[in-house]
Design a binder for this molecule. Sequence first.
Ligand SMILES: Cc1ncc(COP(=O)(O)O)c(C=O)c1O
Length: 396
Amino acid sequence: MIKLKPSVKLDSLPPYLFTRINQLKLEAYAKKLDVIDLSMGNPDLPTPSHIVDCLCETVKHHTKTHRYPQAKGMPKFRKAVAEWMGRRFGVDLDYNSEILTLIGSKEGIAHLCMSYLNPGDYVLVCDPAYPVHFNGVILAGGKVHSMPLLEENNFLPDFTKIPEKTAKKAKIMLLNYPNNPTAAFALDPNFWKEAIRFCKKYNILLISDNAYSEITFGDTVCHSIFEFPGAKDVALEFHSFSKTFNMAGWRVGWVCGAKQLLYPLEKFKSFLDYGVPTFIQLAAVAALNGSQQCVKEQAAVYEKRMRKMVDGLNKIGWKTNYTLGTMYVWASLPEKLKKEGSLSVAERLLKETGVVVSPGVGFGQNGEGYVRISLVTHDKRFHDALLRLKNFTKNG
Ligand SMILES: Cc1ncc(COP(=O)(O)O)c(C=O)c1O
């Protein structure tokens, strides 16, 4: 066998957080452990039936959809996105030039980094963050400048703490609210206005990753960045069907914003992929144009789970608060487990009890001391999971 090393960029990254957790999960299943998986943000609820029906009908009866798709997305898809963005946020987007279809927003964010960054370019990334926000930068040869998300600042970055020297060198800033992993929200328009002002001042591309915009509880309604003046001059916004319509396995999303800012990604992708299969784009159109009641109903399911999980965790000393949305609970480890570190706690928890959570440190150094619990299992299982956590805490 020949011996080849992968690229230095790839070698500099540890295995993807969930690859490691999935490996440990497989080992636990092999040992016939009763696994309760609260790790990945992989919705357990099915895709609504009208979307599935549209896919089946289309694949069966419209054979033209079996051909290569249009890479930037079919006009019908982009039009449905523009209309949905208009109905939902009151923002005005040109479907022809301001929307690009993605094979999920993870793909889009990673490739956006590759289409903009030169080796050594700085990117302002929240810490903790969804791993692609920092790994995408490293794979593109860029440098990460971390913006700490601290509990005392409601898990929002403090732009005044970014050194002037770094701001001048930065090319991209990545924000994600509602946030993964902390479940924090940025509902104050001043936060977004400040981000826009900062990025304009330093000539930085502002990315808003809005994957959880629809997973909100009660009266909470979250923003699109394009609701704020001047956003089109600096920002692109990513959206996903994965969480909104439980379509994580379908791999479809979009990015929107001014044509000039979108173009590098469109050009980059034109060399790389053929876009999203046409039948999936058409099913996604059915999702956007159909009743949004299914979105409300699934948010209500997550809210019920969230309350049950947060109440249970607080009772056993894993401190956390009710959230306004998302499918996550970000829990602070009890003091005696904090010393051990979140990675070791998560691994031991899985091996000893079968409960799978994501170690906070996997999302960045500032995630140390926390674990992320995904509400992707029927809440009937929560009682069992919490009992195991309680015994683990007592014995650990
Ligand atoms: C903040 C954030 N952005 C993007 C994604 C990826 O979404 P998609 O399935 O559209 O690639 C996720 C998935 O968990 C996420 O948490």
